[in-house]
Structure formats: structure tokens, C-alpha cells
Write a protein that binds this ligand. Structure first.
Ligand code: SF4
Length: 478
């Protein structure tokens, strides 16, 4: 198995267009369920004798997925994925109505040529919320799912196809080998390309930028070309991502009301935005434009909490921070589309380094892995956009993570609302501070980004489970 390397993670992996409210508890399970559906279809295609049995699918959700899955709409996401809907392209209303539809229908349809095979699946009966062990063993990951296709013949049920999948944050999923229970990272079995500019640490990234004389984003562009994505294609995809940033800020600023989930959290981006624009308000005398990044972050995270279309940056819980920082700087510095794309590429390098050497999952390391990572990505991307050197970019990212170390994940009722929404606003402020500090310095600093990532990982391992997306400690207790 090839170990995961930072330079093998594309910017398009880090920034995935999907739906709220959670990348690990909504997008990941939906992707896993869609993947299982494809495997069931392939199985039925090659096992005609199975068509004569009564077939059924069951889904087990373990650990953090079970404890906070209802608040994160994991059940609805699994139903949508099993029904063949895609988090990036399917209609958001269709996604969120699928659970009710399946409860009424009681089955999934698999169309194989001229044959339609109905496979039993009724969410209220076939979706199970389980604890922290599977078959008497500890879980391979806090966000573990098991999908089983079974045949029922003469009253005897036998499994035909089984998959254990973990959702590791940011919409990424990994398979678990059924025999060894080892993790098999997505892409682990794909070809490892000989990249022209390899790096697997922040130190190596800075070194490769300096030795090549290329800009930090050009390093990634050249590596992407080897993997078959030319610069024009990459920039087109990055433009799509920026467009989603723009549209979710606009929707967030235009929408009022109460967020779903039962916590009665009032949407406030629209009202805050109006206050920000009101010159007679006291706000403008504190810091001109000082509220802007907070308002933008809150707008996106309210859209995320409402199950709308957002981008993992690197997760859904932290989806507002990077759009807020980038949009604020775009407006204040009149940044071009190309510059914003370059910033996204650099931000993604930092996200890939965190994913490789620590974690971007709140269930694994707490919120330092989500909002902390997002802050570091935003700070690095923004420093690059404003002309920082590779050393200053590394320093900005390090500051962004360092001052989130130890931050817990304790969402009330398991909903990605409190403290998550406001936490993005605070993280955006820290990111802008980190940019200013890094640009004011020469890049020479005591703690490296590589070192802080090791500390982040260890801090996450040491953190009590109740502070890692289980809604059983901290603010979640009310
Ligand atoms: S507290 Fe942080 S890590 Fe936890 S769900 Fe909210 S944003 Fe994600």
C-alpha cells in the first residue's frame, strides 16, 4: 500500500463542492453510500442468480456518526447516496426529501438493462445507530459505517456483499480491509506518479519553491499536469469553486429565519450585513470594514447549517472561513480571479500537509483539525495572494494552526451551528492577523509548521473522546 503523501492530494480534493452541514458526517457518508450503490449494481450485473432472492440493504452507523449523525443529517445523506444522488450535482431539495421517499417506497431500484431489481431498504427499519464497537472489536475510526447487501431465501438471510467505510473528514472516505481491518486510503492503490516537484513537508515545499524559482502555485500546477490535469482545466475547476463561494455568501446574506435542527438558532448574517453597511451604526467607528470577514463567514456557515450547497474548506464545519477571508481581501485589494485561484492552490497545499501529518477531522482531533486547519489554509493562501515569500506563507500557516491548538469539538445537539458558525468568523479574524504578522516579518520564526502539525496530532490523540464530535462534553452539554 502506498503511504499518503501531501503532494498527491490535489487542490480539487481539498476543495470539494457538496452539501451541508458536515463533510465527515454528511458528504462522506453520502459518497460512501453512492459508492456502495455502484458496487451493488456491479454485483447484480455479474450474479444473475441473486435476482431470484429477496434482496435487502442494511446500513450501520458507529461511533461519532451514531452520536451526532441525526444532527448532521447523516441518515438523510446515506439515503440520498444509496438512491444514486451526488452531493456535488444533485438538486439539494431532492437530496433532503429522499429519506421520506424511501420510507414510503421501502425499496431501492436498480435498473440493469431491461431488468429492474427492487432491493429492500426502508431507512426507519434498515439504518442502525450503533456504539463504539463492531463485532466486539474497537472501531477502525470514530466515523465508521458498514453497508451490507443480503439475500433472504426461505427465511434464511445471508450476506452477499459487505463494505466497511470510514469518513475521515473533508468528504474523504477510506475503505477498511475486511480481513485485516487495515485502512486503505482512497488513492492508495492508484499509480504513484513521478512528480517534477515532490514535497511531503512544509520544509520541503519551501525548499522546492526556492530551488525551482517557481511560484508556490506553479509548483502544484506543474505536478497536476503530470497527473493529467492541465492548467486551463485546473483553473476552470477552481473558478467553479470560487463561484460557489460567491453564491453561498450571497444566499447567506439574503436569507432570514431559523436554522433547522430544533436548536432555534436565528440566522443573523443578513441583519449583521445591514448593520455593517449602516454608516450611522457604532460598528463603523470601531474598525471600518472590521465586521466584514465575520459577516461573510457567518453567511456561508448558515447556508451550510441549512444543508445548502457549499465547498469543503477543508470541511463543511469550517466552510465559511476561507470564502470570508478571500472575499474580504478581494474587495479591499481588488484581487483578480487568477490571483484568487492561486490563493486556493496554496491554501490546498497547507490542507494537504495537515491531512497527511495530523488530521482535518473533528472526530479525530477536535476543532483544531477543522477551523484550525482552515485558518492556516486561509492565512497561507492570503499571504500568497498578497505577494508573500514561501517562508512567509509557511509562517502564516503555522500561526494559524498554533493558535488553535487544543480547540475542542463540542457542537450542541450535534448540529453544526453552535459554536461552529461563529467559530468560523473568529478563525477568519485570526487568519487575517496571521497574514499581517507574517507579511510584517521576514519568515524567520521559532516553531515550524511541520513541528506544529506533530503537536496538533498528539494533542488530538491526547484529547478526551467527549471533545471530539460526540456532543457529550463541553458546550454541547449546554
Ligand atoms: S465544533 Fe468545529 S470541528 Fe466540531 S462540528 Fe463544529 S466546526 Fe466542526
Amino acid at each position: 500500500m502506498n503511504p499518503l503523501r501531501a503532494d498527491h492530494i490535489s487542490p480539487l480534493d481539498m476543495f470539494k463542492i457538496g452539501i451541508g452541514p458536515s463533510s465527515s458526517h454528511t458528504v462522506g457518508p453520502m459518497v460512501a453510500a453512492l459508492d456502495f450503490r455502484k458496487q451493488v449494481a456491479a454485483y447484480l450485473q455479474s450474479h444473475a442468480q441473486a435476482h431470484r432472492s429477496k434482496l435487502g440493504i442494511s446500513v450501520e452507523l458507529f461511533g461519532s456518526l451514531s452520536l451526532t449523525g441525526k444532527g448532521h443529517q447523516t441518515d438523510g445523506a446515506v439515503c440520498a447516496g444509496l438512491a444514486g444522488l451526488d452531493p456535488k450535482t444533485s438538486d439539494v431539495d431532492e437530496i433532503w426529501s429522499m429519506q421520506d421517499t424511501l420510507n414510503k417506497l421501502g425499496h431501492l431500484d436498480f435498473v440493469l438493462g431491461a431488468t429492474n431489481i427492487a432491493v429492500d431498504f426502508k431507512p426507519d427499519r434498515d439504518l442502525h445507530w450503533l456504539e463504539w464497537t463492531m463485532d466486539g472489536q474497537s472501531l477502525p475510526h470514530p466515523n465508521t459505517m458498514r453497508f451490507v447487501l443480503s439475500a433472504n431465501k426461505d427465511g434464511v438471510t445471508s450476506p452477499l456483499l459487505q463494505k466497511i467505510i470510514i469518513s475521515v473528514g473533508g468528504g474523504f472516505t477510506e475503505n477498511i480491509d475486511l480481513d485485516t481491518r487495515q485502512r486503505m486510503p482512497a488513492g492508495a492503490d492508484v499509480e504513484i506518479f513521478d512528480l517534477p516537484y515532490p514535497y511531503n513537508s512544509a520544509q520541503e515545499f519551501v525548499a522546492v519553491c526556492k530551488a525551482s524559482g517557481l511560484s508556490p502555485w506553479q509548483i502544484v500546477i506543474e505536478n497536476e499536469k503530470v497527473r493529467g490535469l492541465d492548467e486551463i482545466q485546473l483553473r476552470e475547476k477552481l473558478s467553479e469553486i470560487l463561484q460557489v463561494f460567491k453564491s453561498c455568501i450571497a444566499r447567506g446574506l439574503a436569507t432570514e429565519g431559523i436554522l433547522p435542527g430544533g436548536l432555534n438558532v436565528k440566522r443573523r448574517a443578513k441583519a449583521l450585513h445591514a448593520k455593517m453597511l449602516d454608516e450611522s451604526s457604532k460598528l463603523s467607528s470601531i474598525r471600518p470594514d472590521g465586521l466584514k470577514h465575520s459577516v461573510y463567514a457567518i453567511a456561508v456557515n448558515e447556508e451550510n447549517a441549512a444543508g445548502g450547497r457549499v465547498v469543503t474548506a477543508p470541511t463543511n464545519g469550517s466552510s465559511g472561513l476561507i470564502p470570508a477571508v478571500f472575499t474580504t481581501l478581494k474587495e479591499s485589494h481588488d484581487l483578480s480571479e487568477t490571483t484568487l485561484q492561486n490563493g486556493l492552490i496554496v491554501a490546498a497545499v497547507i490542507g494537504a500537509l495537515v491531512k497527511t501529518h495530523a488530521s482535518i477531522s473533528g472526530a479525530e482531533v477536535g476543532c483544531q483539525g477543522e477551523v484550525g486547519t482552515s485558518c492556516a489554509m486561509a492565512a497561507a493562501g492570503a499571504t500568497a495572494m498578497l505577494g508573500g515569500t514561501p517562508e512567509q506563507i509557511e509562517q502564516a500557516a503555522e500561526i494559524g494552526i498554533e493558535h488553535h491548538l487544543g480547540m475542542t469539538c463540542d457542537p450542541i445537539k450535534g448540529l453544526v451551528q453552535v459554536p461552529c458558525i461563529e467559530r468560523n468568523a473568529m478563525g477568519a479574524g485570526k487568519a487575517l492577523n496571521a497574514v499581517e504578522l507574517a507579511l510584517a516579518c521576514d519568515g524567520d520564526h521559532m516553531i515550524s509548521l511541520d513541528r506544529v502539525l506533530l503537536v496538533m496530532k498528539q494533542t488530538g490523540l491526547d484529547m478526551n473522546q467527549k471533545y471530539k464530535e460526540t456532543a457529550t462534553g463541553g458546550l454541547a452539554l449546554g
